[in-house]
Ligand binder design. Structure first.
Ligand SMILES: CC(C)(COP(=O)(O)OP(=O)(O)OC[C@H]1O[C@@H](n2cnc3c(N)ncnc32)[C@H](O)[C@@H]1OP(=O)(O)O)[C@@H](O)C(=O)NCCC(=O)NCCS
Length: 207
């Protein structure tokens, strides 16, 4: 049997979510500050992360979403990150991340993005890693720029949150940008491989 996909860095491992993570994810994302910019949340019961976890395998296999628990060496599960909006033809995907409030400003975000960049470029052979942020989410904008993403513009009326049709800022990191970004300096070990839909390209040289 193939080993489950994991990406290991100095402090953080990205590993696939399993049912045992539900109570930790509930504790982290029941905080309205954490989910403030999202179309979901805050979690009101542990059944919500349980349902989310139960959907992940089918979404991975279908090439819809490839999400990981951000597992900190000392603190255990501290958030979620991964890939979505895969275009196999164009070899691109989007990264999204949330962290429990205690982990903001600790470097966990930068390390988790380094692990996702390695996944996108060195494992999946993608050419572009994109990200969105709400135009009012200055913290997220700054967090993306400081790890090497370029703010490319604003998509107007891009998505719906409740009754609101909202703009988003769009960011990109190309495979050719990656070597010069601080993400590339983080040592990463990849274990296993993602499901076939996530492997549209030849694994890229790691420069
Ligand atoms: C977005 C998120 C993953 C970023 O992780 P983080 O650990 O908070 O980010 P970092 O500390 O690495 O970077 C934040 C940067 O924003 C700066 N910052 C913080 N508040 C700010 C504000 N109001 N205006 C401008 N910059 C701000 C910080 O100083 C830091 O920059 P610096 O390192 O140059 O000083 C995390 O805050 C989070 O999970 N937020 C909730 C979920 C979310 O919004 N996800 C993004 C969805 S688009």
């Amino acid at each position: 049997m193939m080993p489950a996909m994991e990406l290991r860095g100095p402090q953080i491992t990205l590993r696939l979510p399993d049912p045992g993570d539900a109570s930790a994810l509930f504790a982290l994302a029941r905080d309205p500050e954490v989910t403030r910019w999202f179309s979901w949340g805050p979690y009101a019961s542990v059944e919500e992360p349980q349902r989310w976890i139960a959907e992940q395998e089918a979404k991975r296999e279908a090439g819809e979403q490839l999400d990981f628990v951000i597992h900190h060496r000392e603190h255990g599960p501290v958030g979620i990150t991964g890939l979505a909006e895969l275009s196999r033809r164009d070899r691109r995907a989007m990264v999204g991340t949330w962290l429990g409030r205690d982990q903001w400003g600790t470097g966990a975000n930068a390390e988790s993005k380094a692990l996702v960049a390695h996944l996108a470029f060195a494992v999946c052979g993608l050419e572009r890693l994109g990200a969105y942020s709400n135009p009012d989410n200055a913290r997220s904008t700054r967090a993306l720029e400081r790890v090497g993403f370029t703010h490319e513009g604003t998509l107007r009326g891009w998505h719906r949150h409740g009754a609101l049709q909202l703009d988003v800022h769009v960011f990109g990191l190309l495979r050719t940008d990656w070597p010069a970004s601080p993400l590339h300096d983080v040592p990463v070990t990849a274990i296993g491989t993602p499901p076939a839909p996530w492997l549209p390209g030849e694994p890229a040289p790691t420069f």
